[in-house]
Design a protein around this ligand. Structure first.
Ligand SMILES: [Zn+2]
Length: 437
């Protein structure tokens, strides 16, 4: 319906995107009125200025977020995107903050994650406005500024000041629609030793992993054996903590090896226990938390952090549990399992699951538009990952990455194809209209 009109908006949309890509909006220290630093503040101001010039009502929500809005009605539909980016990192051939066009692609940090999709939604909304078609709900494009640090503090602040949507989407993950995101439970555990007997082998140090949500690709331990130091090293393959089965945890062979050394008995027992419950599979079976459900599949466990010395062992588990289950159930099983072996749970952090039934209005509307615009037939998906959709009620992740696309987010030479930008604009315009009409 808006497809033809959107073709005429192409040049303006690409120009606006390139200008925003030139504003380096990676993590920077906060300043007065700029809770996420001057870079994110400038990117936010630019997006709001662009929206205002197009003809939308806009608001800067105290530097945390902003919005552009069209239409009337007590209910509101929202598209939630973010203007902060991850640091450029190494390995770029093209400059990361030049907003350059090459071979029909717009290059720059944030081109795909998430500035390109944000501007495609903004210009999609312009096509809706230009059509003059009646709407029964307002449509708001919301600009966030703290997605990449995973704090979602921008949307927490927004929720204290502003209207919340009755439905909407975030263009910040995968197509078609993500209707289920597992609960994320991070558990820190430890085991302290005291009064250990003399032994042939002693543990001097143990270290693996830099982030709880990654599979460690290196693990090392230093033992003292008869007065001399022996270093044990193990290598694996990294993967995201939500998909531990795709990696090879470097801790596993090391734990197994440590459980067979002539360490003090209590330490041997602790390593045997960890080897038994963690190293044979990643679905939590030996921990007693092998839960699964139809919407989201099996629970996963990643041992992301491990460290120790002669006095204690500590570790961190990244658990992704099924959407129809609860944190309390997982935690109570873990607590008793660990307590029995002399381990303590020292702390947790938690993000509840997100789940919207597949046959509900929101999923059906978004799937319908996706099929209509792309001709692709596929099913809505579930994930163990956490998307921006969790930061606001009634929002689901919807694109921008198509099945089979190369993985470009957070990579050097991030880009978005201009043809793809147009298609996104057409899909998002269609979706906004269907939800708001
Ligand atoms: Zn993103």
């Amino acid at each position: 319906m808006f497809d033809e009109a959107i073709l005429h908006l192409k040049d303006d949309m690409v120009r606006a995107l390139c200008a925003n890509l030139r504003l380096q909006s990676d993590a920077q220290p906060p300043e007065e009125g700029m809770p996420n630093g001057p870079g994110a503040a400038r990117a936010l101001e630019h997006a709001l200025r662009t929206a205002e010039q197009i003809g939308f009502a806009t608001k800067n929500v105290d530097g945390y977020a902003g919005w552009a809005e069209y239409g009337q009605g007590s209910e509101m539909i929202a598209v939630l995107g973010h203007l902060d980016v991850v640091p450029a990192g190494d390995g770029w051939i093209l400059p990361p903050y030049a907003g350059m066009i090459e071979d029909g692609r717009v290059y720059g940090r944030g081109a795909l994650d998430n500035k390109g999709p944000v501007f495609s939604a903004l210009y999609g909304l312009k096509a809706i406005m230009d059509s003059g078609l009646p709407l029964s709900r307002r449509i708001r494009v919301i600009f966030g500024t703290s997605e990449e640090n995973a704090s979602f503090a921008d949307m927490a602040y927004y929720a204290t000041k502003e209207d919340l949507p009755v439905a909407g989407f975030t263009p910040d993950a995968d197509f078609p629609v993500i209707y289920a995101e597992k609960g994320i439970l991070h558990v820190h555990f430890s085991c302290a030793f005291s009064g250990l007997e003399d032994s042939a082998v002693a543990l001097e140090s143990l270290k693996a992993g830099n982030a709880i949500n990654m599979v460690p690709d290196k693990a090392e331990a230093v033992l003292s054996v008869g007065g001399s130091q022996v270093r044990l090293e193990s290598e694996g393959r990294s993967a995201h903590g939500s998909t531990p089965h795709l990696g090879k945890n470097a801790c596993f062979p090391l734990l197994s090896l440590l459980s067979r050394q002539d360490l003090p008995l209590a330490m041997q027992d602790a390593f045997s226990f960890l080897t038994h419950v963690l190293t044979h599979e990643t679905a939590g079976a030996n921990l007693g938390i092998e839960l699964s459900d139809e919407p989201s599949g099996a629970l996963s466990v990643n041992l992301g952090l491990l460290e120790g010395d002669g006095a204690s062992i500590k570790g961190g588990l990244d658990i992704r549990y099924p959407v129809t289950d609860s944190k309390d159930r997982v935690l109570s099983i873990l607590e008793s399992r660990f307590a029995k072996e002399g381990f303590a749970i020292d702390g947790i952090s938690h993000q509840p699951p997100l789940y919207v039934p597949k046959d509900g209005d929101l999923v059906r509307t978004l799937m319908g538009v996706f099929k209509d615009k792309t001709g692709l037939t596929c099913e809505p998906v579930s994930t163990g990952g956490g998307t921006y959709a969790r930061s606001m009620p009634n929002i689901l992740a919807f694109g921008p990455v198509f099945p089979g696309d190369p993985y470009l987010m957070h990579q050097p030479d991030e880009y978005i194809e201009i043809d793809r930008l147009i298609l996104l604009c057409q899909i998002y315009a269609g979706a906004m209209y269907e939800l708001a009409r």
